[in-house]
Design a protein around this ligand. Structure first.
Ligand code: ZN
Length: 116
């Protein structure tokens, strides 16, 4: 069964969040890295609205305008993602968001929606 939980790699020795994910800690060199649940919270660090589609790629035309953003997780890492669950013009830098894991076939996609 699939679990919708955002996990981040943490160093077991020094607790550093190992981002981008790799099998060792860049802070202390430990090879003990363990994936642990993240809070799922973050804030919009930067974003753009992609309104291009017409005449460019029909697939995107069907999707409509969408937000591409960097979200800074509460644990520190910044992830490239999409903001969903609100109008594209309502997104703001610094806006609090929460993780939303969406599924497309076998893939799980990490996106974010405005926090309530
Ligand atoms: Zn470490």
């Amino acid at each position: 069964m699939r679990e919708d939980v955002l996990l981040l790699p943490h160093c077991v020795r020094c607790a550093h969040v190992v981002w981008a994910p790799r099998p060792y800690c860049p802070e202390c060199g430990s090879l003990e890295v363990r994936w642990e649940p993240a809070s799922g919270g973050g804030a919009v660090y930067s974003f753009t609205v992609n309104r291009r589609g017409k005449g460019f790629n029909r697939r995107y035309e069907e999707i409509g305008p969408y937000v591409v953003a960097y979200v800074e997780l509460d644990e520190g890492p910044r992830v490239l993602t999409n903001i969903v669950g609100c109008a594209v013009d309502d997104v703001r830098i610094g806006q609090r968001v929460r993780a939303v894991i969406q599924h497309s076939g076998e893939d799980s996609i990490l996106r974010f929606a405005p926090a309530e």
